[in-house]
Ligand binder design. Structure first.
Ligand SMILES: Nc1ncnc2c1ncn2[C@@H]1O[C@H](COP(=O)(O)OP(=O)(O)OP(=O)(O)O)[C@@H](O)[C@H]1O
Length: 538
């Protein structure tokens, strides 16, 4: 057999077959073609690969079983067969009395039918099929009416095993007052072997065609197409986003290299002031929901956060919590690793949407150049191109900022940029000007409130007799959450951990008391010297 490219092609990507049937009535199918991930349009069938004619037979009998009380059989034909009947130049595969009925006008059939069925097929990559699979996996797993589940991975990179309905099982989903019944169907397309023989150079492969069948009352057809299926798609997208493995991108050999981001930090485990935490979460939520707002106001859809505070107060943990919360990848930009502005520009443009760009310790990066974007000793800085050797293309922090505000903003969407520093007071005021960093977040020493979060994280204790002593010590002695976490972690039991923490804080207090005395003595000595010197000068 010779295969033309057309015949080789499996059904068009995203085709959904919608058929209307009643007893002994065959109807031509309508194809709802899923042109883009966000749009659905309904067309009459033009040409379908011959594989569809065969599907029709299977679908008809399944339909009878799926819709009890629908009125009987269609005699082995069905939607796929009906499609074939309406394909120019192609004879329907059906034989028998039902054949003539294929030619009935669609309006008549619509009047006599009470049900609609939608199959989202999965032979070719079909966005809608995969969306339905993900959607049903989320709800069918908890549906007590489903007795047999089918286990699968939604994609190769997913660590999540999804349970969905098995063949012949059905699950009913009620959305906006309408009951939708889903079934998983599977069949052998009769010409699949020859199709694959052509692809595999004579090797016979066994192909089974799976489809999800959606049944609902015909009066809800518009609702199903224009509201329910887009809802299924949107829900599936957010489920997949939730299950996706996050990535941490770092610069290696002048290019981004990614590893799985497995930082466990979340806003629940983050030890910080509750009101501040809430304001960060609210800000992030507002940001991701405001696509239209940013478009309407002509602003780039990006947001900048400056995290500042002493080492070990949770700045990196906050970035990880943001990424885990939003399901955004992190791009860790180590400016000293970037050789030139053109490299920087290439790296930034190569970032994906829905991501967080992190530049740590910007007080150090600041030294890379002045706030006009000029590299130290350069005649002309910023992103002007030029020869690396004469310093013109040297990377500067403000060059980065200018680029982020300019081209980067317009080349992507839903991006967050985070700067961290241990010394906010050392930053150039130009860095802090409004519009550059939208939110300044102070990460401070451990408070009684944040200590309780850590105690719950590490030892599942919400209250204890030693809490009040620890809390009053924390108000006296500056201890970072990292130090508290370290002490809690090195003990197995809560009792030992809390006792160890009391001793740790007291020891630090005593040390700082000693250091304080020494410092005061030194300061006193210094002032004496100054006075002496002044006396000498006089
Ligand atoms: N606020 C916090 N909440 C929960 N855990 C924290 C917090 N701060 C620090 N930790 C713990 O201490 C470790 C180090 O903290 P982290 O790296 O987030 O601090 P940092 O402020 O970014 O420090 P640096 O300025 O040195 O980069 C974390 O992995 C976490 O275990």
């Amino acid at each position: 057999m010779t295969c033309t490219p057309d015949q080789e092609k499996p059904p068009s990507e995203g085709a959904i077959y919608i058929s209307q049937r009643k007893a002994n009535v065959r109807t031509p199918s309508i194809v709802a073609r899923h042109d883009t991930p966000s749009s659905l349009s309904i067309n009459q069938v033009r040409s379908q690969p011959s594989i569809d004619r065969e599907e029709g037979r299977g679908r008809a009998s399944r339909h009878d079983a799926a819709v009890p009380g629908d009125g009987g059989h269609d005699g082995g034909g069905g939607a796929g067969a009906a499609d074939a009947a309406h394909r120019p130049g192609r004879a329907p595969a059906l034989r028998g009395p039902g054949r003539a009925l294929l030619l009935r006008p669609p309006r008549l059939r619509a009047r006599v039918s009470s049900r609609h069925t939608v199959d989202a097929e999965g032979l070719a990559p079909n966005h809608l099929y995969h969306a339905v699979r993900a959607y049903l996996a989320a709800r069918a797993a908890s549906d007590a009416a489903v007795r047999r589940h089918r286990a699968s991975r939604l994609d190769d990179s997913s660590s999540h095993i999804a349970l969905t309905i098995d063949h012949g099982e059905e699950t009913v989903d009620v959305h906006d007052g309408v009951a939708y019944t889903w079934r998983l169907l599977s069949r052998d397309p009769a010409n699949a072997k020859s199709t694959n023989a052509c692809r595999g150079g004579g090797q016979q492969l066994h192909v089974r065609l799976r489809s999800f069948e959606l049944t609902f009352h015909k009066k809800h057809k518009d609702k199903a197409i224009s509201a329910y299926l887009p809802f299924v798609e949107a829900t599936a997208k957010s489920i997949k986003d939730q299950q996706r493995n996050l990535k941490m991108h770092m610069i290696e050999y002048d290019a981004w290299t990614a590893v799985d981001l497995r930082h466990p930090s979340t806003f629940d485990t983050l030890a910080m002031d509750a009101a501040l935490k809430k304001s960060v979460v609210d800000d992030l939520e507002r940001f991701v929901k405001r696509k239209d707002y940013y478009r309407r106001t002509g602003r780039a859809w990006k947001r900048g956060y400056l995290l500042y505070g002493p080492p070990g107060t949770g700045k990196s943990s906050l970035v990880a919590a943001m990424a885990n919360y939003l399901k955004f990848d992190i791009y860790d930009l180590e400016l000293t690793e970037v050789k030139s502005n053109s490299d920087l520009r290439r790296l930034l443009v190569g970032m994906s949407n829905r991501s967080i760009l992190v530049v740590e310790d910007i007080d150090c990066s600041q030294r890379l150049g002045d706030h006009h974007g000029h590299a130290p000793n350069s005649r002309r800085g910023g992103f002007t191109g030029g020869d690396d050797s004469n310093n013109e293309d040297k990377v500067t922090l403000f060059g980065l900022l200018n680029f982020v505000d300019g081209l980067w903003s317009t080349s992507g969407e839903e991006r967050i940029i985070v700067f961290t520093t241990n010394y906010k007071e050392r930053l150039d005021p130009a860095l802090l000007r409004p519009g550059r960093m939208d939110m300044h977040i102070h990460m401070g020493y451990c408070t009684p409130e944040s200590f309780r979060i850590l105690a719950t994280n590490y030892h599942s204790v919400n209250d204890h007799a030693m809490f009040s002593e620890i809390e009053s010590l924390l108000q006296e002695v500056p201890i970072t959450p990292a130090e508290v976490a370290e002490v809690l972690m090195r003990n197995d039991g809560a009792e030992d951990a809390l006792q160890d923490l009391v001793e740790f804080i007291k020891a630090k207090r005593d040390r700082s008391d000693d250091e304080g005395v020494a410092a005061r003595n030194q300061a006193a000595g210094k002032s004496k010297v100054e006075k002496y010197e002044q006396l000498v000068v006089e």
